[in-house]
Unconditional design. Sequence first.
Length: 215
Amino acid sequence: MAKYHYYLFDLDGTITDSEMGITNSVKHALKKYGIEETDQDKLRKFVGPPLADSFMKYYGFTKEQAQKGIEYYREYYTNGGMFENEVYDGIPELLQKLKDAGKVLIVATSKPELFAKQILDHFDLSKYFDCIAGASMDESRVNKDEVIAYALDLYGVSEHKKEMVMIGDREHDIFGAKKNDLDSIGVLFGFGDLNELKAAGADYIVEHPLEIFDI
């Protein structure tokens, strides 16, 4: 425990299981383009990565179509979709134990910062975090490495990287940590899997939130 003082957390798939709200929002956006998607596994791939990237990768959207898709997505998401969501078992206990141990907790998410704050407030989790950093609404800051760098600048701790660890469920979290010279913990209770996290080069991989405290 002495090694890390600053803990950076992804949000979707790490703090909360946001699958229902995100996939319903994606379905709403796709319907605007005449696409009726029923494959939940395909929709689930939208959880975590930047939305524009997923629209282009999985549905062949142009950049312009992807941007419009994000607007349609947000119609559903801001009208209640963001709260079709639940906190993973063990997360509140983990956050409390880390705070009791004097650690600094930071959220670094590719979700727009405005939405991240609303979700954390809704679940009464904002009180655990010293800083909540997310993507910009205009998508100019959306990749995980950009969000992590922004979080470190926002909280003013860029010089303490050896005392930091990034926690997330997808390869984007691990790659983002590496680009910022941070260690990383991959979690298996989210939307990634063991092979993805191993291939990305996670320093640690855990199955349950409280295992993070034991590292």
